[in-house]
Structures are given as C-alpha cells and as structure tokens.
Design a protein around this ligand. Structure first.
Ligand code: PLP
Length: 429
C-alpha cells in the first residue's frame, strides 16, 4: 500500500484538479469522523457545522447504519445490481412507504437515477416536459439545483452558469418570495405575467422551487407563497416540483421541508441525506399519474445504490418511526435561533436567515463572512457560507448533534464574530 504522510498536503496541489473547493477553506487532512466531529492527522478535532452540506443530517458514521452496512457486506449482499430487484431495495422501499409516505398521505412512486442531486433534477425536468409536451420551466432567483446542464439552466448562480459553456435555454426565472426589496408580491407578478397572453412567458411545463434556498443564501419562502405558486402551477397546467435535496430529510424540522405548508408537489427531488450515511443516493418522488417514463428512458448505471438502500432503511427506522428525533431537531433549532440572534445583534445591519436547522446570518459581505469562517476553523469549527455574495454564514450542523457540543460550536462562532468586530473597529480608529 502506498503510504501517505497526512501532514503533507502537496499531493493535492500537485495532482488534484483546480476545481477542488471546500478543501481550500479547510486546509488540513481529515482522517476520522464520528457524529458531529471530524479529526485530522495532527490530532485536532473539528465540530462539523457543514455536515457534507446537509448530506450528514444524522452525523458521521452512525453506529447502527455502520453495523448494518458491515453485516450486509460481510454476508456478500449485492453491491451493484443496476436497477434489478434486490432485498436491500425492497426493504428500503417498504420502510419508505410505511414510515414516510403513508403517514403523510402521499401515494407517490419512487424513481432512482444516477446518485446525485443534479441527476434527480435532470430527471424531474425531463419528466415534466414529457408529461406536458412543453419546454419552458419556471425557476427562481437564487435557486440552486446542481451543475449538469439541465439542472444548471434552472440554477441562478452566475459563476456556475458561466461554467456551462453553452446557452442554458428553456427556463424563465422569476423573483423568489421576498426577492423584491421594495416589497411587492413575487407571486402576484408570476400570476399576472402568466395570465397575460402578451406577458412573454411560454406556457410552463413546471414550476420548480426550493422552500429554503440552501446555496442561494437561506431564503425561506413563506407557506402562503409556496401555496400560491402551487396554485399558479395548477392554473397553468404546469407540474409543481419541490427540490428537497438540501432542505429535506429533517433539515427544516420535518422530514419534507414542505409537509406543514399544505401543498402536494407532483414531483419531489431528493438526495444528500437520503442515504443517511453520506453515501451517494438520489431519488425522485412522482405522483402516479405522471409516472410515464418508459423503461430506462432516464437511466444511470449507478441508479439505486444498494449500500445506500441499507443505511437509508436503518435511518428511517431509527429516526423517523416515532416523533423523538423530530422533537430533538426542534429543540436544537430553538437553541440555534437564540444563539444566532445574539450573533446578528453584534453586527450592524446583519439579518437572520433560514428555517429550522438550516439557518445562518447575513453578515453583509462575503469578505466578512469568509473572515468569520476562517477564524472559526482556526478554533476548531467547520462552517461555510452561502448566498449570491457568499455573505451568509450558514449553520448546517447534524440534526442530532450533542447539545453541549452544539453550544460549544456556537461559542466558537460567536467568538469569531466578536474578534472580527473588534479588529474592524481597531482598524477603523
Ligand atoms: N438541489 C439543491 C437544492 C442543492 O442544494 C444541490 C446541491 O447543493 C443540488 C440540487 C445538486 O445536488 P448534487 O450536488 O448532489 O448534484
């Protein structure tokens, strides 16, 4: 085996593509991860408020998921089976039906595709276009849906769109809830333009949105706005799609981010924390009447990751069979709100953003946000930014993080903000 000196990071600069990103913010070599802690080769522990960008809602290496996976592998369970029937898939689907879909009155079918969020979004856009025989899709300012070309066309971020290298057609972008700083209702504008035959918007195949825009700066839509957008979709013969890739699987306090909003999306895209263990896994939920792709019409060699089926089933049984986990999320969300409110009050003009355990503070500039995150890292906290200018310091801690550890991480954040405030006022003197 090649031995690697974990203190030596030159291999990454020498051989890993310039496209690498998070590693630039957290310059160490990680060797271990448990729960909400990551450790590096030099023996430093870091509290993880990034959690695989919400792919690790149950923390790193959950012991029950790990044991189930070890048992499955030891027993020569099928690792790769294309989309053939496997016991692991049957057990996942059974648990998803009983624990998630039935109690929520959802009769959706589940489709698996290549194991990334972007692939789920590609599938959703293609399906909506096939169902309606229309091409145009309505998406929203600051929405992020992935970086493959179809998903990228639905994404607002100019840096990522610029990386596409081709035109990104067949999407009309409209203002998200509260986008218009002058006030004015973004749903009124959407409705008015769609109902005006000279409004200039081609009849939409779908309206696609995140209820909380994760990468776009933790903009949380109100339930009322989401309901209105759903109604506008219905009135215009468009499918209503919710991208729950980042906001789903408990992040906002309920399994689906939309389940207390009184809406019934036709398609739901899921990925990130669906496997529970950080394994690649994506799915789309489809109302049965729209389940019209032919066999393998949207396929993918790695659709349906059996190891992810195993861990996802354990995650559902362990965390979602009763209300205890959800209660714990809401308790942590209360702690988070209180602590972030304090951080907000330390910075003139700062704003609290997001919902549930998907919250952050808009500190006013990307420069300040990045300074805060760098100071946090020096003191043992991994935390990142989001937003059009990377101006939002964003907390995505595991949903079951030990409360004392959570408070410790929030102490580090608060200290970093206090130090930034102090050094800026010293600099201003
Ligand atoms: N949709 C949303 C809401 C996301 O936050 C992301 C990723 O951050 C994606 C889609 C794309 O997922 P992936 O990076 O797995 O392709």
């Amino acid at each position: 085996m090649t031995t690697v000196n974990t203190d030596d990071r030159t291999i990454f600069a020498r051989r890993e593509s310039e496209a690498r990103s998070y590693c630039r913010s957290f310059p160490t070599v990680f060797t271990k991860a448990t729960g909400a802690l990551l450790s590096d080769g030099a023996g430093n522990d870091y509290i993880d408020f990034l959690a695989g960008c919400s792919s690790l809602n149950y923390g790193h290496n959950d012991p029950d998921m790990k044991q189930a996976l070890i048992d499955y592998i030891s027993a020569d369970g099928v690792t790769h089976g294309l989309d053939m029937h496997t016991k692991a898939k049957a057990e996942f689907l059974g648990a998803f039906e009983e624990i998630i879909l039935k109690p929520r009155g959802m009769d959706h079918k589940v489709m698996f595709m290549g194991p990334t969020g972007a692939n789920a979004v590609e599938a959703a856009l293609k399906l909506a276009r096939k169902v309606t025989k229309r091409t145009n899709v309505i998406t929203f300012t600051n929405g992020f849906h992935g970086v493959t070309l179809g998903a990228l066309s639905a994404t607002g971020n100019g840096y990522h769109r610029g990386g596409g290298g081709v035109s990104l057609p067949d999407v009309t972008r409209m203002p998200f809830d509260n986008y218009l700083k002058s006030g004015g209702d973004a749903a009124d504008l959407l409705e008015a333009m769609l109902s005006d035959p000279s409004g200039g918007i081609d009849a939409p195949a779908a309206i696609l949105l995140e209820t909380v825009q994760g990468e776009g700066g933790l903009n949380a839509a109100s339930a009322e706005w989401v309901r209105r957008v759903e109604q506008i979709a219905r009135d215009n013969g468009a499918l209503f799609i919710i991208d729950d890739i980042q906001a789903g699987v408990g992040r906002t306090g309920t399994f689906f981010s939309f389940e207390e909003m009184g809406v019934s999306p036709d398609l739901v895209t899921m990925a990130k924390s669906l496997s529970g263990y950080g394994l690649p896994f994506a799915a789309m939920l489809i109302k049965p009447e729209y389940d019209i792709f032919g066999p393998a019409e949207h396929n993918g060699t790695f659709r349906g990751n059996n190891h992810a089926f195993v861990t996802a089933r354990v995650a559902l049984e362990k965390y979602w069979s009763d209300g205890a986990f959800q209660k714990g999320i809401n308790e942590r969300a209360d702690i988070l709100e209180k602590r972030l409110e304090k951080v907000r009050s330390m910075l003139p003009g700062a704003r609290l953003k997001g919902r549930g355990m998907m919250r952050g503070v808009d500190v006013g500039s990307g420069e300040l946000a990045s300074d805060i995150c760098a100071r946090c890292f020096e003191n043992g906290l991994i935390i990142e930014t989001s937003g059009a200018y990377d101006e939002v310091v964003k907390v995505l801690a595991p949903l079951n993080i030990d409360k004392a550890l959570f408070e410790r991480g929030l102490d580090i954040l608060e200290e970093a903000v206090a130090n930034c405030v102090q050094s800026t006022s010293i600099a201003a003197e």
